[in-house]
Design a protein around this ligand. Structure first.
Ligand code: ZN
Ligand code: ZN
Length: 137
C-alpha cells in the first residue's frame, strides 16, 4: 500500500513529466494542432474531465484542433525522445484507437457522434464504440 504522501508525490512526478513533454503530432494527422497530456489544454496539467480524451472540434473554440488526454497510456505505441534541454518529445509510432476516435472528430468539426462522424470512423477502419452508436427508439 502506498501512503497518501507517496501517492501525491507520484502524481506530482507525473504532472511534472507532462509539463516537460510535448507530443509530436503524427504527420498523417495534419488537422491535429496539438496533443495535450494530463488535463485539458484550456485549463492546464492536472485539470480533469470525464472521458479518457476529447477533441476540441468546435471551430469557434480558440483551441480548435487540439486533443486532450488524461494520461499518456491511451496514445498508442509511442517512443520517448529525451532532449538536451530536459524536455521529452513523445513520438507516436502507431496511434491508438482513442487517438483515431478523436482525430475523426477533428475531421468532422462542429459535430458529435453523428452519422458523418460514424462514416469517417468506418473509412478509417475503426469500430464504433457502443456508446457512440446511433440511438434507436
Ligand atoms: Zn481539452
Ligand atoms: Zn467521441
Amino acid at each position: 500500500m502506498k501512503t497518501p504522501t507517496e501517492l501525491r508525490e507520484a502524481l506530482e512526478a507525473m504532472h511534472s513529466f507532462y509539463r516537460r513533454a510535448t507530443v509530436a503530432v503524427p504527420l498523417n494527422m495534419p488537422q491535429m494542432k496539438g496533443v495535450f497530456l494530463g488535463g485539458c489544454v484550456c485549463r492546464g496539467v492536472g485539470s480533469s474531465f470525464r472521458a479518457q480524451a476529447h477533441a476540441h472540434n468546435d471551430r469557434k473554440d480558440e483551441f480548435f484542433g487540439w486533443v486532450c488526454f488524461r494520461s499518456i497510456r491511451r496514445l498508442g505505441n509511442i517512443v520517448l525522445v529525451e532532449c538536451d534541454d530536459g524536455t521529452t518529445e513523445i513520438q507516436i509510432v502507431k496511434p491508438g484507437k482513442v487517438l483515431i476516435h478523436e482525430w475523426a472528430h477533428l475531421l468532422i468539426p462542429d459535430e458529435g457522434h453523428t452519422d458523418r462522424w460514424r462514416a469517417k470512423m468506418k473509412e478509417l477502419g475503426q469500430r464504433i464504440p457502443k456508446n457512440c452508436q446511433k440511438k434507436t427508439r
